[in-house]
Structures are given as structure tokens and as C-alpha cells.
Ligand binder design. Structure first.
Ligand code: 13P
Length: 346
């Protein structure tokens, strides 16, 4: 483990005004997104869509890294350049999703544990030769009730925290920066207080396990979900509440020397996710840079425009990607306002 290399990469991932595009949807998830806009989902259409995004002129002003899926890091742009090189030529760091998905947790109905540790050392070595500088592992925590018990259970939180820490240690051993993503799902009718409690317990356990495994915080990035009421909750959270409660949980649980925090959008509206990030960055100086690593909140309008006519709409879709990237870049500096949305090209 070369701590200097790890710390330098992690710092670059959250450098001022920049964030990460998550484009690591599994082929199954990608099919759901393509089906929703009426595009056939094949290896070739996934390649065309993602290459279109990564070739967006000027995107490197706002984007520090892109999380790729196994299939994509092996693909080439139409001119034969490997996709990872398309990114690195622009100074964008290629990353790779390495977990193999959230599977049912035994004896715990409706809870998941993320798998992917088997053979991970060897897979990381290969991804490194393909250009990956960082990796991602997503754990899923569900709030609710199952079989008469409140969830998340201790078993679910512990199993996921342990696995994510072992993943992070293997990444750092290979000088690949781990993104640690314990996502507390927005699905359900829970209150913001219940979300806070689940996030607090999860983050405490995750950082305890990371510490046990010897993971260096200065060479790691947390991908956090925001503290927010469930999508079906009777009382929805205000922008101020989300910013306040998210900062409160992070300050209570995250080591001050962690390299940075990026957020997932988790099913929030596109502009809502931007406004929440902005509010947090307007709330005074925090111990870590706070930026974005959105998939849906960046890609939704891009995919929609591209799907209308994948050949003719390349430039129009790229303009939208550039615009959403810029808005989120501004939000990562606390300089966004919804007035700016009036300028957007869609
Ligand atoms: P969303 O922003 O769509 O939640 O995706 C982020 C991500 O990478 C989920 O793992």
C-alpha cells in the first residue's frame, strides 16, 4: 500500500468544483433504464450511449472521475480508443464497480448483503491493468418492518460493514482508492428521524470495521446517502432539514481525515439532489470536501434526449450532460441557485 498514491488519487476525486459520474449500472439495471425510454439494451447500445457521455467536450471541467461497469472498462470508443483511455486523456479518472450485487441476507427477510469478495484481489489486479484508479462497492440498507421486526437489523448492518471494510482493504493493498457506499434506501414511508438513526448506526459500524481492517481514511472516499424522509412518507423533508441532518450524521460518525464525501442521488429529483448538495456546501466549512457521484440525477435527462434519436441527438444529449455536471459542480461549491436552471439547454 502506497499511502501517497492513494491520498493523491482520493484528493483528485474530490478536487474543487469537481464530482463523479456513476455510470456503473449493471446490464440488468441499464435494461430497466433503457426500457423506460424505449431503447433496446444491447452491449452495442450501452457502448454507444456511454461513449457519447464520456466524449462530451469540456466535461472534464466539472468531472473528476467516472465509475464504469466491468463490460464498459473492456469496451472501445468508435475510433478504437479504449473507453478508460478516452477518460484519462481528458484527465478524468476511470473507476470500476467491483461488488457483484446485493443478495438476500440469510434468515433476514427483505434485507440484503453485498457480495463480491471472492477473487477480488485478482480482479483488482486486472482492473488496474485496464486503467482503474478507484473502485466502488455498494451496500444496501432498508428501513422498515419485516417479519414483525424493525429493520435494518444488527445482522444486516454488521455483515455489510464487515464486507465493505474487507473490500476497502483489498483496494488499498492494490493502490486503488475505495469508494465506500453504504446506501440507506429512500424507499418507504419512514421519517427523517428514522433515516438519521439508520444512517448513524450504519456509518458508526462501517467506520469501526474500516478501522479494524487498517484502512487509511486519507486514501478512501465515502459515498453517502442523504438523510431524508422516505419517498412515501406523509411529511416530506425540506432542503434545510436534509442538509442539517445529513451534516449532523456525518460530523458524528466520519473521521475528520477521510479524503472526501460524495453523495448518491438515490431516486431524488434531479434538481432536488443538486439543491441538497448546494445547501450543505453553504452551511459553513466541513472537515471534508462534499461533492456528487450521481447516476440518475445526472443521467435522467441525458438518456431521455439521446433515446429520442440516438444518431441525431448526440450533441443535444451532451449539452444536457454538460449542463447537469455544471450545476452539480456549482452545488459542490455552494454556488448553485435554481435561477440558474433557466439557462439550461432542455
Ligand atoms: P444514483 O445517483 O442513481 O443513486 O446512483 C448512484 C450509484 O452509484 C448507486 O450505486
Amino acid at each position: 500500500m502506497e499511502i501517497n498514491i492513494l491520498a493523491q488519487t482520493a484528493k483528485a476525486m474530490v478536487s474543487a468544483g469537481k464530482g463523479i459520474i456513476a455510470a456503473d449500472e449493471s446490464s440488468g439495471t441499464c435494461k430497466k433504464r433503457f426500457d423506460a425510454v424505449g431503447v433496446e439494451c444491447t452491449e452495442e447500445t450501452r457502448r454507444q450511449y456511454r461513449t457519447m457521455m464520456f466524449e462530451t467536450p469540456g466535461i472534464e471541467q466539472y468531472i473528476s472521475g467516472v465509475i464504469l461497469y466491468d463490460e464498459t472498462i473492456r469496451q472501445k470508443a468508435s475510433d478504437g480508443t479504449p473507453i478508460a483511455d478516452v477518460l484519462s486523456k481528458k484527465g478524468i479518472l476511470p473507476g470500476i464497480k467491483v461488488d457483484t450485487g446485493a443478495k438476500d441476507l440469510a434468515l433476514h427477510p427483505n434485507e440484503k448483503v453485498t457480495e463480491g469478495l471472492d477473487g477480488l484481489r485478482e480482479r483488482l489486479a486486472e482492473y488496474k491493468t485496464l486503467g482503474a484508479k478507484f473502485a466502488k462497492w455498494r451496500a444496501v440498507i432498508t428501513i422498515g418492518e419485516s417479519a414483525g421486526r424493525r429493520i435494518p437489523s444488527e445482522a444486516c448492518i454488521f455483515a455489510n460493514a464487515h464486507a465493505i471494510a474487507r473490500y476497502a482493504a483489498l483496494c488499498q493493498e492494490a493502490d486503488i482508492v475505495p469508494i465506500i457506499e453504504p446506501e440507506v434506501l429512500i424507499d418507504g414511508d419512514h421519517t427523517i428521524e428514522q433515516c438519521f438513526e439508520a444512517a448513524e448506526t450504519t456509518l458508526e459500524e462501517v467506520f469501526e470495521e474500516l478501522n479494524h481492517q487498517g484502512v487509511a481514511p486519507e486514501g478512501a472516499i465515502l459515498k453517502a446517502s442523504m438523510v431524508i424522509a422516505g419517498k412515501k412518507a406523509a411529511k416530506q423533508s425540506s432542503v434545510e432539514e436534509v442538509a442539517d441532518q445529513t451534516l449532523r450524521v456525518l460530523n458524528a460518525t466520519v473521521p475528520k481525515n477521510l479524503a472526501g464525501i460524495v453523495f448518491l442521488s438515490g431516486g431524488q429529483g434531479d434538481e432536488q439532489a443538486t439543491a441538497h448538495l448546494n445547501k450543505m456546501n453553504q452551511s459553513g466549512k466541513q472537515p471534508w470536501p462534499l461533492s456528487f457521484s450521481y447516476s440518475r440525477a445526472i443521467q435522467n435527462p441525458v438518456l431521455k434526449k439521446w433515446a429520442e434519436n440516438p444518431k441525431a441527438n448526440v450533441k443535444a444529449a451532451q449539452d444536457i450532460l454538460l449542463s447537469r455536471s455544471k450545476m452539480n459542480s456549482l452545488a459542490s461549491q455552494g454556488k448553485y441557485s435554481d435561477e440558474l436552471e433557466k439557462e439550461r439547454p432542455y
